[in-house]
Design a protein around this ligand. Structure first.
Ligand code: F0G
Length: 479
């Protein structure tokens, strides 16, 4: 953050040299588009979207060095020197001897679940991610979330809401025995609770408990870049450490690191770094079975080159602070307008609290889904529902209500300008003034697996058309 006439503003340490033209459809066409998409922002056509804040996955802007490296890729089915460059970079950064490539993060989760999860056993973690939980439960494992209670407080000034509650982990071991635990998972930049980081101190405590009981500790490093930024800027004991030193301290504390390179490394791919040879050998066979040969694992060599450079750039504070600083700006501006938003600002994106934004909509009517739809109608900004719609029904068909009803407005790195962010804030502000007009949703079509990706909803009343009419009263002919 840099001071500019008394106000704190994020200042980009890069310039934009390649652009993509955007269109902003009139609100009537935005309503038509979201209607056709079953009010599910995943089903929108990107051409109908103005600012795509669905995710930061695979849509971050690359650096010129990444793009240049893509031209040097070594096309080979086996033994590509592109793989060697990626492998060497991972060893340099994380210090683990073994690496298995995979086509994206969930593919790494598949391999980990195949090897680590035993039916009926626990998989404790700070918090679940959708695809993680699906893989673990599909193998009969039981996910248990050990996030500290503060982690679920929507508004807070706790800098590390992603911390795992170590006494509860120790309790779990004492109650059921270490043998009943398949592995322990910590997720950097905890996605579903608002991109909230854990501290290095907490990770070291988790690690100590795991080592005392011989438990394998796995770190999901997909959102590591944000977590690194927060450790550096929020954890006093780490203020003098370089990003590289913090990274190594984190890696040294765990046994396995897996990641989605659609986030970590600003590319598209994924993989698993493993310390132990025996464990590596147990996982290895699944790569050719599900992904591709061991030296590409489903990734294109061009993407692997980009990831190698992206990982190096992740060690640069000026490269990894752009996302969190834009998010902090957006969160602070929303908060200043009293619009309910998760605080403190995390990584990944700004998260609107639909439970408070739409406190008149009962949770079984999917307030977060309704808000995601309303945000798109009002602005052309595509966010993502992260609430009950993103949960899965249990074996009896009962739908768990989510801990939080959020609309995530992701901040792809180095993609949007501050005026675009200000536009989004202004439209959300208008929506907040008119929030009582927004109504609930119900399923029109509910898939069994990962329903939020392609399920279709419909409004319980005609609120979307009424909202468009109000917009026209307030905005006249404007888009
Ligand atoms: N773990 C975390 C913490 C993630 O955020 C993601 C993906 C994955 C694993 C799976 O990785 O998509 O490469 O298969 N998060 C994306 C998102 C989908 O939009 O937050 P993937």
């Amino acid at each position: 953050m840099t001071f500019y006439r008394g106000q704190q503003l994020p200042l980009e340490m890069h310039k934009v040299r390649i652009i993509q033209k955007l269109t902003l459809l009139p609100i009537e066409q935005r309503l038509e588009a979201i209607d056709q998409a079953g009010h599910n922002t995943f089903l929108l056509q990107n051409a109908d979207v103005f600012l795509d804040m669905l995710t930061d996955s695979g849509v971050n802007a690359m650096s010129q060095d990444q793009q240049a490296a893509m031209f040097q890729a070594d096309d080979a089915y086996a033994g590509s020197s592109t793989y060697t460059r990626l492998y060497n970079k991972l060893v340099e950064i994380f210090g683990m001897k073994y690496f298995l490539p995979a086509h994206q993060g969930r593919a790494a989760e598949n391999i980990l679940a195949q090897v680590l999860v035993r039916p009926g056993d626990w998989v404790p973690m700070n918090y679940h991610f959708t695809t993680t939980k699906q893989h673990i439960t599909a193998h009969g494992g039981k996910v248990i979330e050990l996030i500290k209670p503060e982690g679920l407080e929507v508004t807070s000034d706790n800098p590390f809401k992603g911390d795992l509650d170590v006494p509860r982990l120790r309790n779990l071991v004492a109650t059921y025995g270490a043998d009943s635990i398949s592995s322990v998972r910590v997720e950097a930049g905890t996605n579903l609770i608002g991109g909230q980081p854990f501290s290095l101190a907490n990770l070291l405590e988790v690690s100590k408990a795991c080592r005392e009981h011989g438990l394998i500790l796995v770190m999901d490093a997909s959102l590591l870049a944000d977590n690194l930024h927060f450790i550096k800027t929020r954890e006093a004991a780490c203020a003098d450490m370089s990003i590289r030193e913090i990274t190594r301290a984190m890696a040294d504390a765990v046994d396995v690191i897996y990641f989605s390179a659609r986030k970590l490394g600003f590319g598209r791919g994924g993989g698993i770094c493993i310390r132990d040879e025996a464990l590596y050998k147990r996982m290895r066979g699944f790569v050719p079975m599900f992904e591709g040969f061991l030296t590409y694992g489903g990734m294109s060599v061009r993407e692997m080159e980009a990831i190698t450079i992206g990982l190096e750039e992740t060690m640069d504070e000026d490269m990894i602070n752009q996302g969190p600083q834009f998010i902090e700006y957006m969160v602070n501006e929303l908060n200043r307008r009293e619009i309910p938003v998760i605080t403190p600002a995390g990584g990944l994106g700004a998260h609107l609290d639909a439970m408070r934004f739409l406190d008149h909509i009962p949770q079984p009517e999917y307030p977060a889904a309704a808000l995601a739809s309303a945000v798109f109608i009002a602005s052309g900004v595509r966010g993502m529902e992260r609430g009950t719609m993103s949960e899965a029904r249990d074996a009896e068909g009962v739908e768990p209500l989510a801990d939080m009803e959020l609309v995530r407005l992701a901040m792809p790195r180095r993609v949007f300008t501050l005026s675009q962010v200000n536009y989004a804030i202004d439209r959300i502000d208008w929506l907040y003034q008119n929030r009582r007009m927004i109504g609930g949703m119900r399923w029109a079509e509910e898939p069994e697996i990962l329903r939020f990706f392609y399920g279709r909803l419909e409004p319980v009343t005609d609120w979307p058309n009424e909202l468009v009419a109000r917009f026209r009263e307030d905005f006249g002919d404007s888009l």
